[in-house]
Design a protein around this ligand. Structure first.
Ligand SMILES: [Zn+2]
Length: 268
């Protein structure tokens, strides 16, 4: 039998992993996969009132708490939020992380996205995908026995090319788990996002805020179902996630599909 899968998420910010891939992560947890969540930036820019130093500490703590919902580490690297470039330093950090953890699957953003940090992470992962097997690049770590498969987390952008959903997941049964993770990011979902998006006053009582957050998340994810859920599969689920496999990393053989994308529908 194949070993349990190892899943690494390289998101740009603390909260990207669960916002875009919380359902698949919970599916992996159910199956005993090893999971590691990384925010490549330190989250220092996502607030309108707090100092960056205080915010970095707070977001680290929030991420750690979100990781504990899944029972996995959730670390924030030191690259500054809002200033990320697909630099050699970022590429090396990703290469080292992949060699140290040896994931079977890496989830990240596409190099096309509204947020420059998301684009930079996607580009840096693409740049690292071949170099991870080159011993003389970022030496000192064991080279993995095989290249991980890289898949992009869902987005709705269309230029220069629209997201291609190779795997689609009805993540509705994991809604509560995803919300429990998102609830850890109070600095974001109770303070920053309502401010930057001019959403108006957000209820502060814990129960009311949780229900506000649920409505917010459902509203943000509704378009995913519309775009990526085929009518042939039956009625549209409440929560849909989609994944596009990168052509620049390890090849996804048919035997590995079920292990890496459990419970997902394949478009091929
Ligand atoms: Zn982000």
């Amino acid at each position: 039998m194949d070993r349990a899968s190892r899943v690494l998420v390289l998101g740009a910010h603390p909260d990207d992993a669960e916002f875009f891939a919380g359902g698949l992560l919970h599916e992996h947890k159910k199956r005993g996969s090893e999971i590691q969540l990384v925010s490549v930036t330190n989250g220092q820019s996502g607030h309108h009132e707090m100092s960056s130093d205080a915010l970095v500490a707070r977001r680290r703590a929030e991420a750690q708490q979100a990781g504990s919902v899944l029972g996995c580490p959730y670390v924030c690297w030191d690259f500054p939020d809002g200033y990320l470039e697909p630099s050699i330093a970022v590429r090396e950090a990703i290469i080292r992380q992949i060699r140290a953890f040896e994931p079977d699957l890496v989830l990240t953003h596409r190099p096309w996205d509204y947020h420059p940090d998301h684009r930079a992470v996607g580009q840096a992962v693409q740049d690292a995908s071949y170099m991870v097997m080159v011993p003389k690049v970022a030496p000192g770590y064991r080279i993995p026995s095989r290249e991980p498969v890289v898949a992009y987390m869902v987005d709705l952008f269309t230029r220069p090319s629209a997201f291609r959903a190779d795997f689609t997941l009805d993540a509705t049964e994991h809604l509560e788990g995803i919300l429990r993770m998102l609830q850890c990011h109070r600095s974001q979902f109770a303070e920053w996002i309502p401010w930057i998006e001019r959403l108006g006053p957000v209820p502060t009582a814990p129960g009311e805020w949780s229900s506000w957050l649920k409505d917010f998340f459902l509203e943000r994810t509704a378009a995913r179902a519309q775009r990526f859920w085929s009518r042939d599969w039956g009625p549209s689920p409440t929560i849909v996630e989609a994944y596009e496999v990168s052509e620049y990393a390890g090849r996804l053989s048919p035997e590995r599909q079920a292990g890496l994308f459990p419970a997902c529908r394949s478009s091929s």
